[in-house]
Design a protein around this ligand. Structure first.
Ligand SMILES: C[S@@+](CC[C@H](N)C(=O)[O-])C[C@H]1O[C@@H](n2cnc3c(N)ncnc32)[C@H](O)[C@@H]1O
Length: 283
């Protein structure tokens, strides 16, 4: 750290004042703002998830000890992204760097044929951010939302660490209200893949899959992938997370038979772009 600056810790709290994200870092100018990490250099970040009884389900820690200073990290700065992210911050489990991936790819997806899908909504954090981006940049696109809104369904103990009933502290009414009953949002409550029935003719420009468990992710890819438009893409939130081993297994198993390859990001996400690999471009 430069002379004159001290390390500090800052926390972000959820609606009932539980610390959900904690940062350790410093500010190169030695100016400390308690409620923002703007302009801070962050070298350690922990995210905590709780169950309905406020017991910690798990904590994810990341450390960035090497050459942290000077790393371009637009998800930490103010500006357009931050304004959208504020809508997600208190209601999402998805960290700012992962939200920045969604924001960037959504800005490209709005130029592709099809609608936007999110599978795994929970309290509607990432949904609200994406809905706001669409509202401003592409108001004709629809946002399809899929979740039980009653927590995880049955999981497979041989593949998943999550258990039935995790994430049950939400409701479809609360999410619809948070989205201000946005007419662009089509909420389908119940079990994936049952909630896909009737959407066989859909075209998808971009899908955010944040389901955490093997079977749901596999079923989701099976239905959605053939419906992704050329140039469209899939973001898989939990691909690299040690807490979601079934997620990576489902993705690797599904794409083993496809030509497109999941790109694993340092955020823990994977992105799959739908192109036509191997084909010569026509002159
Ligand atoms: C990690 S949470 C989603 C987080 C959310 N995107 C956010 O911004 O915080 C995972 C969600 O997947 C949902 N889910 C998992 N399997 C499902 C299935 N088969 N059908 C419907 N929802 C499912 C759970 O109910 C839970 O709300």
């Amino acid at each position: 750290m430069p002379a004159g600056s001290d390390a500090f810790a800052k926390s972000i709290f959820d609606g009932i004042h539980r610390p959900t994200t904690q940062y350790v870092g410093y500010n190169p100018s030695a100016i400390i703002t308690p409620d923002s990490v703007e302009d801070d250099i962050i070298f350690e970040q922990s995210e905590t998830q709780y169950d309905a009884g406020s017991n910690t389900i798990f904590t994810t820690s990341r450390q960035r000890w090497h050459n942290a200073e000077g790393l371009y990290s637009p998800w930490l700065s103010q500006g357009e992204f931050r304004r959208y992210y504020e809508l997600a911050a208190l209601r999402t489990l998805v960290s700012p760097d992962r939200c920045y991936v969604l924001y960037s790819l959504l800005k490209q997806a709005i130029h592709i044929t099809g609608n936007i899908w999110e599978c795994g909504v929970y309290k509607g954090g990432t949904t609200a951010m994406m809905a706001a981006i669409l509202r401003v940049k592409q108001p004709t696109m629809k946002l399809y939302l899929f979740d039980t809104f009653a927590g995880m369904p049955e999981t497979d103990p041989t593949k998943d660490l999550h258990q039935q009933g995790d994430f049950a502290d939400t409701s479809v009414e609360a999410v619809a209200q948070y989205l201000r009953y946005d007419a662009r949002c089509y909420i389908r409550q119940s079990l994936i893949p049952d909630t896909f029935v009737g959407l066989e003719d859909e075209r998808i420009a971009f899908i955010h899959i944040d389901l955490d468990i093997y079977q749901a992710i596999f079923d989701c890819l099976k239905f959605a992938w053939p419906r992704i438009s050329l140039g469209g893409f899939v973001v898989l939130d939990d691909y690299g997370f040690p807490t979601c081993p079934g997620a990576r297994e489902a993705v690797d198993e599904f794409f083993a038979h496809e030509r497109c390859v999941p790109l694993c990001l340092p955020t823990g996400q994977a992105v799959v772009f739908k192109g036509v690999p191997g084909r010569q471009e026509r002159m």
